[in-house]
Design a protein around this ligand. Structure first.
Ligand code: NAG
Ligand code: NAG
Ligand code: NAG
Ligand code: NAG
Ligand code: NAG
Ligand code: NAG
Ligand code: NAG
Ligand code: NAG
Ligand code: NAG
Length: 563
């Protein structure tokens, strides 16, 4: 029974910061100390954040910090020592629960002695081992640039966990460019950590062919283990095992969705028994990538288009289906909620990613007209009735370039960052460096919620396990969903490795036990960390952390049953 009490304590903390009324609420609480331009939940209580070494207020070892831990219980940030420049890096988790941050920028400091000394981050591998201390005390990022690094320099890459529990690193570029990725600077290849092929990167005709607006490719592990990638206005399925690329149709209407024309993308929730993969891609810009960017404007309209495709032979033949958001968005991000809805949040109505590029940049921001109201997307609703902003609140904080958002273990969204400026701590402009932390609380944060207890620490594939559950009396327990969620890694309008797999579940013993069937195999859910949330009658529990699979270091063999 003590397990319920523990979760209840967590729940009370969430209510204290939520405001008393029913409905969705933005709540500001605390400051992040660095710009949280990358954010990822690393434990039940901590979010790991990265910034650029440019003079943030949070300090460590007598210099400005560019890494930090956000404590979800105290709403305070603590500086972390980072060795290399993590600006515009990416990251993800391995099958043994270790977080790996990859890539970044050239050395910042030699030209500027007022800044902390950093090392070149373009080939960086930064390791965060699972940490049991609730405040992260005694845990640290491990870097050893001389012996532990990528095969190629990668600035603006993506990273995602694949079926054998390794991290796949996708694309990026070698040097700074004024706006686009360029043929003489791109790294049009894939590599893996731990490395495959003796560390030799795999050239990607798709990445080469999707220049120049193809940074931070949006990539997902499909339930058969293949990889879907969308970059610029093109998309492809890559088979890691046969090393083949199968082109898919271009996005309709000339819409482009990767940096610097950032839209965002998600793999929609996967459901048993068939786990049919569908991809949703939203926002970005329909500006041609053949034009001189010096003529672009911060006032150019962004795209309001969402494109959706079902990745079955039949669905691919039908191609992308188009829907329109209530307003255009450049640099939005999407978060999968435990009940299967998608929150679309952040970004601007006009302009582009990056900063200081145009005659009419706003301060330095290449984007303007911040969209401060999120919108919900219901994947299962009939077309034309999927967007919903009824009762969604409006924030007074603009979240443009270099902002982040993630679902938390409590079930609300942590929203932070935004800095469309070249140097840290820019104030007195329309879009300053943003340190204010904010939560978006769903309606369930203010009502009695289902409580879980005795959740195993580790679950295998195609296995049944049971947990204790307490369901408040007023909830209809016939309407119950169990979500296995990868909380992913947020950077540059993309939530990589984000994944929701619904699990079959059955109540027993007078609704006090819940029997759950895990995903069939390691391709439906790549082995590694996950969170289980139970939603009863639209009210979601606090998430419980589990390790899916053996917890062994990658690469791990296929497990479970083949579909
Ligand atoms: C901010 O968070 C702290 C720590 O959780 C909490 O004690 C405080 O009540 C919160 N403040 C508001 C205004 O929600
Ligand atoms: C050095 O960095 C500081 C703090 O970010 C900035 O204000 C200043 O302009 C930089 N100086 C140069 C020469 O780049
Ligand atoms: C790549 O080409 C651009 C434009 O031609 C040039 O400005 C840049 O210096 C080149 N980069 C490298 C690394 O040679
Ligand atoms: C990359 O794409 C360019 C432009 O389409 C093409 O000329 C070049 O041959 C490609 N490079 C490789 C290695 O395929
Ligand atoms: C995708 O972009 C390329 C390069 O700008 C363009 O040639 C092509 O027509 C676009 N595809 C569609 C369907 O608009
Ligand atoms: C982009 O979309 C806008 C609004 O739908 C349209 O007016 C414009 O012609 C489009 N531009 C291109 C290049 O397709
Ligand atoms: C409870 O939920 C089930 C499943 O969604 C539904 O069929 C049933 O009508 C609901 N009962 C009530 C009283 O709302
Ligand atoms: C997980 O695996 C990676 C890659 O082999 C290794 O660097 C890391 O130390 C491992 N972590 C743990 C906790 O075993
Ligand atoms: C139509 C237009 O404004 N063209 C301009 C695009 O940018 C180049 C370089 O700045 C100018 O020379 C053109 O006049």
């Amino acid at each position: 029974m003590w397990g319920f009490l523990l979760f209840h304590a967590l729940l009370t903390g969430a209510i204290a910061s939520s405001g008393a009324d029913l409905g969705w609420h933005f709540v500001q609480n605390g400051t992040t100390g660095i710009v949280a331009l990358e954010a990822t939940v690393i434990s039940p209580t901590l979010v790991l954040m990265f910034d650029r070494p440019v003079g943030a207020p949070l300090t460590i070892n007598d210099h400005a910090a560019w890494g930090g831990l956000w404590n979800l219980e105290t709403n305070q940030a603590r500086a972390l020592n980072v060795v290399s420049n993590s600006f515009c890096a990416s990251g993800g988790y391995l099958s043994n629960g270790t977080m790996v941050s990859v890539g970044g920028m050239t050395v910042e400091s030699p030209s500027n002695t007022t800044l902390p000394a950093d090392e070149d981050g373009r080939m960086a591998i930064r390791i965060w081992e699972p940490c049991d201390d609730p405040a992260g005390v005694g845990c640290t990022l491990v870097e050893d640039p001389d012996t532990l690094h990528l095969a190629q320099p990668r600035w603006y890459p993506s990273a995602l966990r694949v079926f054998d529990g390794s991290l796949m690193v996708v694309g990026g570029m070698h040097y700074s460019t004024p706006f686009w990725n360029m043929p003489n600077e791109t790294e049009s290849s894939f590599e893996f950590f731990p490395s495959k092929d003796g560390g030799v990167p795999r050239f990607s005709p798709f990445l080469n062919g999707s220049l120049p607006a193809n940074l931070f490719p949006r990539a997902f592990t499909l339930p058969d283990g293949k990889i879907f990638i969308v970059a610029n206005n093109q998309s492809v399925i890559y088979d890691i095992e046969t090393r083949t690329e199968t082109p898919l149709p271009d996005l309709p209407n000339g819409v482009r969705v990767t940096n610097p024309l950032d839209g965002t993308a998600t793999l929609l929730p996967l459901s048993p028994p068939d786990y049919v993969p569908e991809i949703l891609v939203c926002g970005g810009s329909n500006k041609s990538d053949q034009l001189d960017y010096r003529n672009f404007s911060s006032q150019d309209p962004a795209s309001d288009q969402c494109s959706r495709i079902t990745l079955t032979p039949e669905g691919i033949k039908q191609g992308w289906e188009v829907e329109l958001m209530p307003e255009p968005r450049i640099m939005p991000e999407m978060v999968l909620m435990p009940d299967g809805q998608v929150v679309i949040i952040n970004g601007g109505r006009t302009g582009y990613a990056a900063y200081g590029t145009f005659q009419d940049s706003v301060g330095q921001s290449n984007a303007d007209h911040a969209v401060r109201t999120p919108v919900l997307y219901h994947p299962a609703a009939p077309r034309g009735r999927r967007f919903d902003r009824e009762g969604l609140p409006t924030s007074d904080i603009a979240r443009l370039y270099h902002s982040s958002v993630t679902l938390t273990p409590s079930g609300n969204l942590f929203v932070a960052g935004s800095n469309p400026n070249g140097h840290g701590l820019v104030t007195g402009v329309k879009f300053p460096s943003e340190y204010r932390a904010e939560y978006l609380n769903p309606p369930y944060m203010t009502v009695p919620r289902p409580l879980l207890a005795n959740v195993p620490e580790k679950i295998g594939f195609n296995e049944r396990f049971s947990v204790d559950i307490h369901i408040p009396d007023n909830l209809n327990s016939s309407s119950l969903k169990v979500a296995l969620i990868d909380l992913g890694f947020s950077t540059h309008a993309f939530h990589s490795s984000s994944r929701l797999v619904f699990m079959e579940a059955k109540l027993s013993e007078g609704n006090r036990k819940l029997e759950i069937l895990t995903p069939p195999n390691n391709r439906v859910y790549p082995p590694g960390p996950a969170w289980i949330y139970v939603t009863v009658d639209s009210v979601t529990s606090v998430g419980a952390q589990v390790m899916v699979g053996s917890g062994a270091a990658p690469p791990v063999p296929d497990q479970g049953v083949r579909l």
